[in-house]
Design a protein around this ligand. Sequence first.
Ligand code: DX5
Ligand code: ZN
Length: 227
Amino acid sequence: MYFIAPSILSADFSRLAEAVELAEKGGADMVHLDVMDGHFVPSITFGHQLVASLREKTSLPLNVHLMVNNPAKMIPLFIEAGADWLSFHLEASCHIHKDLQTIKEAGRKAGLALNPATPIELLSEVLEDLDFVIIMTVNPGWGGQKFIPATKNKINRLSQILAGKKLPALIAVDGGVKLSNLAELFELGMNIAICGSSVYSAPDPVSEIKKMKAIAQDFNRRIHQEK
Ligand code: DX5
Ligand code: ZN
């Protein structure tokens, strides 16, 4: 129920396969890949070909976060490239239900990402169709930004809504997640910790992931004991 997902956005882009290897060595549960199109967000990162190449290099699940306009056009490319978890932004899609179905019909985990100012209430009509939600806790587009404190309330409220409706969607938190706020965010309801700069700008990314993973495992044990 509690996962660590290093985001390679903050890694050396000339050595991305090595960055994925570091995630594996640290015991990460999946790798988070940020696709930016220069429109939905100003930056451009990489596309489906890079995802397909990384797919060949690792057995870790690939969690692809599409920060793109018109995601419907790109979703099939990323399914084909081997994304295991695939999310797009609620703010970018005109046909959210349809786009989620495309992902689910391919047998992949379907997620919606929400910008910091987008209310979680906008998820209400598709909550049952979601495998996960990405709550952005910084404005999308860059690594290494400061966590926006007002988003904590969204994480906690969404967690309560899902529990109240007994829905299985997992909550991923993206932006400013680091060792020092990890336990607090798990307490609030985060299931998947997406960690970019806190991992890849650390002097020893492998040991940083190991420390994070130990905290996640503590939470997993706790849940197990409560059952
Ligand atoms: C930002 C991306 C994040 C990014 C987070 O738009 O979606 O996945 O890697 O970076 P940190 O963890 O440095 O805030
Ligand atoms: Zn991301």
